[in-house]
Design a protein around this ligand. Structure first.
Ligand code: SME
Length: 156
């Protein structure tokens, strides 16, 4: 496995297309979940430079902070709370163009302006979420949804 990530310039789709095989390479032959979540978060952060990229993992009725890249963050989020807890409860990806307009948004940092949260499914059950935050408004769209859903499917 190559430990150097090749950073690509281009459209968002081109960046994801170049990144996904590299994430597959990072995951191949490694069964440790923390290692795989950590490298996935790092690869996304390195390629896109987002403010915060990380995982929250289901533990009973809460999400608990997992591997991430970025500033320190809230450790526990209840089901239905914030963007992460809402994505879990609604079992779907949520795109939030302006976090201040999302009722109940949990502001781990006032620098976060837009957000996408993608649930992690295994055999129909949600075991966590991928949370990506940007310091700019309107940074996430269906392209991110489509590719990030592909990436988290590699982690199941
Ligand atoms: N903003 C998230 C909380 C997690 S942090 O952004 C890292 C939310 O509303 O669920």
């Amino acid at each position: 496995m190559a430990e150097d990530l090749q950073i690509i310039k281009g459209t968002k789709a081109e960046q994801y297309e170049a990144l996904i095989p590299q994430i597959k390479g990072l995951l191949t032959g490694e069964s440790n979940l923390v290692a795989n979540l950590a490298n996935t978060a790092a690869a996304l952060k390195e390629q896109f430079g987002w403010f915060w990229v990380g995982f929250y993992l289901v533990e009973n009725d809460e999400l608990v902070l997992g591997p991430f890249q970025g500033p320190v963050a809230c450790t526990r989020i209840r089901k239905g709370r914030g963007v992460c807890g809402s994505s879990w409860e609604q079992a779907r990806t949520l795109i939030v163009p302006d976090v201040e307009k999302f009722p109940g948004h949990i502001a781990c940092s006032s620098l976060s302006k837009s957000e996408i949260v993608v649930p992690l499914f295994k055999e129909g059950n949600i075991w966590g979420v991928l949370d990506v935050d940007s310091s700019e408004y309107n940074q996430f769209d269906e392209t991110d949804q489509q590719y990030l859903e592909q990436i988290v499917a590699l982690l199941a």
